[in-house]
Design a protein around this ligand. Structure first.
Ligand SMILES: CSC[C@H](NC(=O)[C@H](Cc1ccccc1)OC(=O)N1CCC(N)CC1)C(=O)N[C@@H](CC1CCCCC1)[C@@H](O)COc1ccncc1
Length: 331
């Protein structure tokens, strides 16, 4: 089988995250979920949450689904890189994404969410697409939607075609040739950390020379920005008039009117250029003349992350075969 669903930006002014409609249970309950290749829990706002923690989100009510089953004695608790988090209990039920259905998928029902989830009313939960080793359900960890679907997929892959300020798609089980140009460059994935970790072959700032250097990082659809080693990031912002590394704003900022260089990264022999517009991420506060960069240092994060700012400059194939690989193509 195959599936295909839209990835819709949750904010009209800048791409902080993308959500995809997912139907759960019988009769179907549709929620807008953030597909996140940087984590491996499928969790939802649920009828088990105190109403004080719900602010406009859609919820999944297992007791309204004839196919829901409590996973007795199981719980989950997750904390993300930005400090947000959630926890709760677990049901299994049918989950459908873009025509692809998984029966008895673990649906982690939130009983508590952190304030940043309560205030982000466009995200009703997450679909983790990382490796199932990262799943937080205890005492028995659960499989991701992709891992459960894999044996029924025409091909054990999902692809991300994220776009700048417009809807893109996530496809499951097939590679849509119409979504990319040229060849797909595949490189090995180290799944041991549980992320889609792959080697990049180097970078260039604007029209400058390409610096060959092996950079290990993760392809993370759930992270908005790109986080790379400080040496690379300082080389980039040296080319930006008025750029400073602001402690108060938590990263590199610059006058919104500044001209930004592009940023090119290598995957094997292939080269992908992130347009300057993607790197002029957003005003630090609405209407401010100071803007926050889409490229930031990974020194505070602990791992290099190729987030949405980079992913939307390419068509990316997450190949869950044995061994797993990741493919990058121009589009
Ligand atoms: C450097 S990992 C930071 C990253 N979270 C972000 O990217 C959030 C995303 C967001 C925030 C608010 C609303 C909507 C989306 O956005 C920002 O943090 N920013 C964008 C806006 C900008 N002004 C400031 C920076 C992150 O934890 N991702 C995880 C998934 C994410 C969690 C929050 C909800 C949306 C999904 C995940 O893939 C990676 O988990 C880890 C990474 C590293 N070790 C542990 C966990």
């Amino acid at each position: 089988g195959t599936g295909s669903a839209a990835a819709v930006p949750i904010n009209a002014d800048f791409d902080i995250a993308y959500v995809t409609p997912v139907t759960l249970g019988t009769p179907p309950q549709t929620l807008q979920l953030d597909f996140d290749s940087g984590s491996s829990d499928l969790w939802v706002f649920s009828s088990h949450l105190p109403t004080s923690q719900i602010r406009g989100q859609q919820i999944y009510a297992p007791n309204k689904s004839s196919t829901a089953k409590l996973l007795d004695g199981h719980s989950w608790s997750i904390t993300y890189g930005d400090g947000s988090g959630s926890r709760g209990n677990v049901y299994t039920d049918n989950v459908t994404v873009g025509g692809l259905t998984v029966g008895s998928q673990a649906i982690e029902c939130a009983q508590q969410v952190s304030s940043s989830f309560t205030t982000e009313d466009h995200i009703d939960g997450l679909v983790g697409l990382g490796f199932s080793t990262l799943n937080t359900v205890s005492p028995k960890s659960q499989l991701t939607f992709f891992d459960n679907a894999k044996s029924n997929l025409d091909s054990p892959v999902f692809t991300a075609d994220l776009k700048y300020k417009q809807a893109g798609t996530y496809d499951f089980g097939f590679i849509d040739e119409a979504k990319y140009t040229g060849e797909i460059t595949y490189v090995p994935v180290n799944s041991d950390p549980g992320y889609w970790t792959f080697p990049s072959s180097g970078y260039a700032v604007g029209s400058g020379n390409f610096t060959a250097s092996s950079i290990s990082g993760i392809a993370d659809t759930g992270t908005s920005l790109v986080y790379l080693p400080t040496a690379i990031v300082t080389a980039y912002y040296r080319q930006v008039q008025g750029a400073t590394n602001s402690r108060s704003y938590g990263g590199y900022v610059f006058p919104c009117a500044s001209t930004l260089p592009t940023f090119t990264f290598g995957v094997g022999a292939a080269r992908f250029t992130i347009p300057a517009a993607y790197l002029n991420y957003a005003p630090v506060t609405p209407g401010s003349a100071t803007c926050f960069g889409g490229l930031q240092s990974s020194s505070g994060v602990g791992i290099n992350i190729w987030g949405d700012v980079a992913l939307k400059a390419a068509f990316v194939v997450f190949n869950g075969g044995n061994p797993p690989t990741i493919g990058w193509a121009a589009k």
